[in-house]
Design a protein around this ligand. Structure first.
Ligand SMILES: [Zn+2]
Length: 84
């Protein structure tokens, strides 16, 4: 769908890279996926859990509303994911 055609209705009226936001109480933020890395077997007294985040963007058919979501920052996300 990213490259031009809706898989549901066949329309070529596609909106790409549309921001997806979470509407919070005081502000809104881009919606993200988050992959946490596991705690290593040994570490110092202070340890900060590793993680990677990717922002979501939408691809929307202007005819029927069918929507696909895409995530960016894929290589960092996958690196964190494979540590689990
Ligand atoms: Zn459509």
């Amino acid at each position: 769908m990213k490259h031009g055609k809706c898989p549901k209705c066949g329309s070529k009226q596609i909106m790409t890279d549309v921001e997806v936001r979470d509407d919070g109480r005081s502000s809104s933020h881009p919606l993200k996926v988050l992959v946490h890395e596991p705690e290593p077997p040994s570490h110092g007294r202070i340890w900060i859990q590793g993680s990677s985040a990717g922002e979501l963007s939408a691809c929307i058919c202007a005819k029927c509303g069918y929507t696909e979501l895409y995530t960016n920052n894929l290589s960092e996300l996958y690196t964190s994911y494979t540590k689990r």
